[in-house]
Design a protein around this ligand. Structure first.
Ligand code: PRP
Ligand code: ZN
Ligand code: MG
Length: 223
């Protein structure tokens, strides 16, 4: 890995976290040369650059050292941690950022009703979060089959590929549109700042610390 002296932050290229993440960085005094269609945004004042990517790729990019920090949903970060041989090592949630609040929930067809975890025993549940769902199933003593889908999870019950789903719920509109009812919350999520457990012990580490201090100031003012 080529050594870098500029800090690199990964964030979602286009999605719900994009605008609030950009606003947050602006409030921390960071300015980037506009390059809307590009993946890489060069920082103008501080030596901090942005990488605009798919949210699901952010934890891996940090773990591999391509980026130092990332703004990503807790759900994506935790799922990545669970996929690692030592989930407690490597990446950490450095700060919770207070926007992009949603929950990862299990939902069942509306007409089924829900009377507790045991109802899911022996059933198939579609999700993009097999690690988080698996953890919930184990902790509730439920033996269900986890069907992995990268997207459009909410359609699985109607297609007959699953009996239930486990997906993000924000406004709840997607569940309503697909005649599903929320049954159980697996985790509460929001945007977080993710980073490796040890910040780089060089200039980048110093920039990261400066940024964290500014971030704490911004978060305090807002709360
Ligand atoms: C999530 C989730 C649902 C939707 C729920 O997808 O997969 O489809 O949001 O939100 P609602 O309760 O407000 O309807 P999202 O589009 O955020 O991201 P994705 O493309 O990574 O699935
Ligand atoms: Zn995504
Ligand atoms: Mg979706």
């Amino acid at each position: 890995m080529k050594s870098r002296d500029r800090l690199r932050i990964a964030m979602q290229k286009s999605g719900r976290l994009t605008e609030p993440a950009q606003e947050l960085l602006a409030r921390c005094g960071l300015k980037f040369r506009q390059s809307r269609d590009k993946l890489f945004c060069f920082g103008e004042g501080e030596p901090v650059d942005l990488l605009l990517v798919r949210d699901d790729d952010i934890p891996g990019l940090i773990a591999e050292g391509v980026c130092d920090l990332g703004i990503v949903g807790r759900n994506v970060l935790r799922e990545f941690q669970l996929s690692q041989p030592e989930p407690g090592e490597g990446l950490a949630e450095l700060r919770s950022l207070g926007f992009g609040r949603c929950r990862l929930s299990i939902a069942v067809p509306h007409e089924d009703g829900y009377d507790g975890p045991a109802q899911l025993d022996g059933r198939a549940i579609a999700t993009s979060y097999p690690g988080l769902l698996g953890e919930w199933l184990r902790s509730h003593g439920v033996a269900a089959r986890v069907v992995y889908l990268a997207g459009s999870v909410e359609i699985a019950p109607r297609l007959g590929t699953a009996d239930a789903i486990c997906d993000l719920v924000s406004s709840g509109a997607t569940l309503v549109a697909n005649q599903l009812r929320e049954a159980a919350v697996v985790i509460e999520s929001e945007a977080v700042l993710a980073g490796r457990r040890d910040l780089p012990a060089d200039e980048r580490g110093e920039i990261a610390e400066l940024l964290l201090r500014r971030l704490d100031g911004v978060i305090q003012v807002r709360d």
